[in-house]
Design a binder for this molecule. Sequence first.
Ligand SMILES: Nc1nc2c(c(=O)[nH]1)N[C@H]1C(S)=C(S)[C@@H](COP(=O)(O)OP(=O)(O)OC[C@H]3O[C@@H](n4cnc5c(=O)[nH]c(N)nc54)[C@H](O)[C@@H]3O)O[C@H]1N2
Ligand SMILES: Nc1nc2c(c(=O)[nH]1)N[C@H]1C(S)=C(S)[C@@H](COP(=O)(O)OP(=O)(O)OC[C@H]3O[C@@H](n4cnc5c(=O)[nH]c(N)nc54)[C@H](O)[C@@H]3O)O[C@H]1N2
Ligand SMILES: [Mo]
Length: 772
Amino acid sequence: MSDVKAVQHASHWGAYRVLVQDGRIVGTEPIPEDPAPSPIIGSITDWVDPARRIAQPMARESWLEAKRAGRPTDGSGRGQERFVPLSWEEAFRLVASEIDRVRQDHGNDAIFAGSYGWTSCGRFHHAPSQLKRMLNLVGGYTGHVDTYSIAAGPAILRHTLGSDEACVGKASTFDAIAEHTQTLLVFGALAPRTAQNEAGGIGAHTLEENLKRIAERGVRVVHISPVKDDLPEWVGAEWWPIRPNSDTALMLALAQEIRRAGNHDLTFLERYTSGADLFLDYLAGHSDGVEKTAEWAATLTGLDAQAIRDLAAQLPATRSMITVSWSLQRAQHGEQPYWAALGLASVIGQIGLPGGGVGYGYGSLGGMGAAIPLSRSPSLPQLTKPNRAFIPVARITDLLLNPGGAFDYEGKTYRYPETRMVYWAGGNPYHHHQDLNRLERAWARPETIVVQDPCWTAAALRADIVLPATTSLERNDIAGNRRCDLIIAMQKAVEPLGEARNDFDIFCGLAKELGVLEDFTEGRDEMGWLRHMYEKVRHNSQERFGHAMPDFDGFWEAGYVPVPTKENHTYLEAFRADPDASPLTTESGRIVLGSQLLAERCYEDCLAHPAWLPPQEWLDGKRAGFHLLSNQPTGRLHSQLHQGPTSLAEKRNGREQLRLNPADAEKLAIADGATVRVWNERGSCLATASLTDAVTPGVVVLPTGSWLTYSQDGRLELSGNPNVLTPDVPTSSFGQGCAAHTCMVQIEAYDGPAPDPTDYYDRSLRQAVAQG
Ligand SMILES: Nc1nc2c(c(=O)[nH]1)N[C@H]1C(S)=C(S)[C@@H](COP(=O)(O)OP(=O)(O)OC[C@H]3O[C@@H](n4cnc5c(=O)[nH]c(N)nc54)[C@H](O)[C@@H]3O)O[C@H]1N2
Ligand SMILES: Nc1nc2c(c(=O)[nH]1)N[C@H]1C(S)=C(S)[C@@H](COP(=O)(O)OP(=O)(O)OC[C@H]3O[C@@H](n4cnc5c(=O)[nH]c(N)nc54)[C@H](O)[C@@H]3O)O[C@H]1N2
Ligand SMILES: [Mo]
């Protein structure tokens, strides 16, 4: 046995060393500087488990026959037929010839390569960036805007604050809140669970350190959420178990009660906002005849009217900060809680003061609220996109079902192109999209679907050509992004599995077939690109901030180096100091509380001011059932490392756990640990019931990310995947975001056949890829 080697690496959940002996991974250890490392690093061995890895390029049988015979291909049989192996040479030829055929016959808009997904945290082999760079050299593709994480939020903030900074990590930093805030209103969560991850990697996980300071300072924390344990118990928060999707009503009522008591900051409203009259008239009920009182909100939210009034008295009297999780805007009318929180903060008048105002997404990712990195981050240039076509990210099914159809986005009207080819690299739409049964119907339409992934995901099983990518463990890369405190070397730990190739090498193979190899590589190989990307960051840090970083070889040897960051940041400080000298880039230069643009558009689902708009389904007392929240899974990132130990530890009887209140379970005669069927008009899945007082009655919680596993007849999902239940509706005509958190379901004890989902998945997989 040779010695154990410690190889520096990183993933979205942190920086760590991979312990390797005789070419095998024998363990992982976090970097010593991380005060709260994520246990998910213990799951990375799942990546090198060959059971669900794609070992070689493969194609769906009848698609390949048609293609080889020069006949048109179609989607019938997609997801049902066998796959047959291909050489890389043929795979490159087939994919490149499809790209060429489609763009020449139908134009580049007919290639959908939005290819949303978290892929690896490496910035160089970043599959969607590589894909887009390559396609930009041959005329472009249809892309996407915004993310599943946040779409409604940034859309409304770009219009009302002039930028989405306040929801992507540039609101006031959490250290400033921990130091100055006296009353902290937490809408949603401040959850170490979600703060484990950060897009592009993270060095130090700091959320808990800041929460400890908040607890020590005796800050009054009011936690407004249907779920209690998404804020650590030791913070000592008051829990207000609000009805899901009703937060806007509470925010509006707090604003109206402040104003009724004459405690609103008129000077702030006049000097720093526009359209406040429209907003205040609505609060008073002048425009719709309903005053937004504490009693009004109590009926909608299930909270106590007197408690709302008391809180309204305290907010302007103390230094008050409002935080709103990303989850609140992943719901129908998700623009509204973001805009209403801004309205409430404006009425309080503390925006731009240390520890005051509003901020979005704290703890939704690990870098949100942490010290703000200043220098540029390493990235692979995607080059200029020659065509404009795009969709709002969560409208993928609509794109495939409605070619030529119109959609609105941020106040303008666009059309969906006709899609002939889909290329997905580094994402899993059969994880992330809502109403997967609807996606399945749309997915049959394109002529060709390519999926490039290390694993036989549900999306890969529904492709025509499957290209096996290596995982980050099998190659060299570099981590660090706009919210990461470090630049981290991701060094190769093990040899590639089977015939898997690095994402860069796969696109080189295609670029060569398409005649653009030189422009694609610019003459650099893997290490050449890493050196080039790192040096750009180093020069930028040195020149703009006088922050010295070692040269590339020094960095690679050290494993990681800090980037310059800003601590104790107060958002909109300069705007508050002088709104004429530092105006916002909104229609008025001020915070928009009444919008001219939206007044002209007359959308029914996004009015000209923040407003209470009930979602299509929620606990309004008119329908039976439970409000389903499909939150992020504790032990993995989305669908990644699904069979790793930290993911399996959260399952029970092999299935995801549906958390529900014991009082609800008793009514339904459901015991803790029992198998339940969860269903609605869109779909049906099994889960294991887990009884807990941390979930308010009427609400159930089922995490995302279990691998989609349909029973034989295709009707029952066996593993507990909530996206067979969630509705595929946009947040509104303005933001068009994902609305997964708006979902009603029925539940019953289940005693029918319930095969083990993992065995079932693996058996179907073996059938699909059996060599014939
Ligand atoms: N119901 C519900 N649904 C949701 C949400 C919700 O709250 N509720 N949240 C949404 C949110 S916020 C998000 S961000 C999405 C996430 O959705 P996705 O980002 O699509 O989910 P992942 O499972 O991270 O998919 C990443 C894929 O990349 C692959 N991969 C990993 N490394 C590599 C690599 O090096 N190369 C290549 N080519 N592939 C690689 C993985 O195997 C995996 O298949 O889900 C959304 N879906
Ligand atoms: N471990 C782990 N961490 C992750 C991820 C992961 O997959 N695994 N994914 C990452 C990604 S891509 C993203 S975008 C972030 C998402 O981060 P978030 O959007 O913050 O996370 P969620 O888990 O969807 O929701 C957080 C909590 O919000 C509350 N909530 C939901 N709906 C409502 C509502 O209507 N009102 C109120 N008041 N509260 C509500 C629930 O308590 C829920 O548990 O997480 C990131 N972090
Ligand atoms: Mo996300």
